[in-house]
Design a binder for this molecule. Structure first.
Ligand SMILES: CCCCC/C=C\C/C=C\C/C=C\C/C=C\CCCC(=O)SCCNC(=O)CCNC(=O)[C@H](O)C(C)(C)COP(=O)(O)OP(=O)(O)OC[C@H]1O[C@@H](n2cnc3c(N)ncnc32)[C@H](O)[C@@H]1OP(=O)(O)O
Length: 195
C-alpha cells in the first residue's frame, strides 16, 4: 500500500549513520554562538522573538552539541501562566538547527517531533541542549532536551528531528526577493536561479 502523504519515514538513527564532527571553522566548546541572522524569530534580539542565547557545548563522544537558554515571557502564554506548546517546538527547531549548523550549512528542518513532558511556567528559564547523533549523506539526525530553571533541572520536553542539507538555490528560489536583496544577493542572481 502506498504511504500516506501525512506520514514520513522514521526519525530513528539509521544503522549506517556516522557521527559528524564540528566543522573546523565552527566555534569551540564554551564559545557563544551569535545570531545567524539579525531578524531570526529564534535567536535574534527582536521584540516578538524567542531570543534564545547559545553556546557550543562539550560532547563526550567528540560530536557537535549546543546549549541554549530562553526566558519565558508573559507574551508567550498558551494556557494561563504557562508557555504555549508551539513555542517549545519553535525553540527546539532553532536549537536543533543551530547544532546542525556547527557541522554543515545550510540545512533545513524536514521533520521535527516534540514530546511535552511537564508544564513550563511563565517567568522560568528553559535550558536546552541538542546534539547531532548521526549523518547519512544529506540527512542529519538530531535530538534535544529542555530542562526547567537549571542545566540539570527537571526535563520538560524532548525532541527528535531530521534536517536535510540543501544548496543555496533553496533560498534563491524560494525566499522573498526583497529579503535576499537585503542580504546582498542581486536581482540577476535571483532571476538566474528561478529561470
Ligand atoms: C542566499 C542567502 C541564503 C541565506 C540563508 C542561508 C543559510 C542559513 C545558515 C545558517 C542557519 C543556522 C541556523 C538555523 C537555525 C534554525 C533555523 C530553523 C530551521 C528551519 O526552520 S528551516 C524551515 C522549515 N523547513 C522548511 O521550510 C523545509 C521545507 N521542505 C523542503 O524544502 C523539502 O521538503 C526538503 C528540502 C526538506 C527535502 O526536499 P528534497 O527534494 O531536497 O529531498 P527529498 O524529498 O528528495 O528527500 C531526501 C531524503 O530525505 C527524506 N525525507 C525528506 N523529507 C522527510 C521527512 N519529512 N521525514 C523523513 N524523511 C524525509 C526522503 O525520504 C529522502 O530519503 P532517501 O534519500 O533515503 O530516499
Amino acid at each position: 500500500m502506498a504511504a500516506s502523504p501525512t506520514t514520513s519515514p522514521s526519525l530513528e538513527l539509521p544503522a549506517d549513520a556516522t557521527l559528524p564532527e564540528r566543522h573546523p571553522e565552527a566555534p569551540a566548546p564554551g564559545e557563544p554562538i551569535p545570531p545567524h541572522s539579525a531578524v531570526c524569530f529564534g535567536c535574534a534580539d527582536v521584540p516578538h522573538g524567542l531570543r534564545l542565547e547559545f553556546r557550543v557545548a562539550e560532547d563526550p563522544a567528540g560530536g557537535a552539541a549546543v546549549a541554549a537558554r530562553m526566558v519565558l515571557r508573559p507574551d508567550q502564554q498558551g494556557a494561563p501562566g504557562l508557555l504555549h506548546g508551539g513555542l517549545l517546538t519553535a525553540a527546539f527547531d532553532e536549537v536543533l538547527g543551530s547544532v546542525v549548523a556547527l557541522v554543515t550549512r545550510p540545512c533545513v528542518t524536514a521533520r521535527l517531533e516534540t514530546d511535552f513532558r511537564r508544564p513550563m511556567p511563565i517567568g522560568s528559564t528553559l535550558w536546552l541542549h541538542a546534539r547531532v547523533d548521526g549523518r547519512v549523506g544529506r540527512k542529519l539526525y538530531v535530538t534535544g532536551t529542555a530542562r526547567l530553571d537549571a542545566e540539570d533541572g527537571p526535563v520538560v520536553g524532548t525532541a527528535k528531528a531530521l534536517f536535510l542539507k540543501v544548496g543555496m538555490e533553496h533560498f534563491l528560489r524560494n525566499s522573498r526577493p526583497e529579503d535576499l536583496e537585503a542580504l546582498g544577493v542581486s536581482a540577476e542572481q535571483i532571476r538566474a536561479a528561478r529561470s
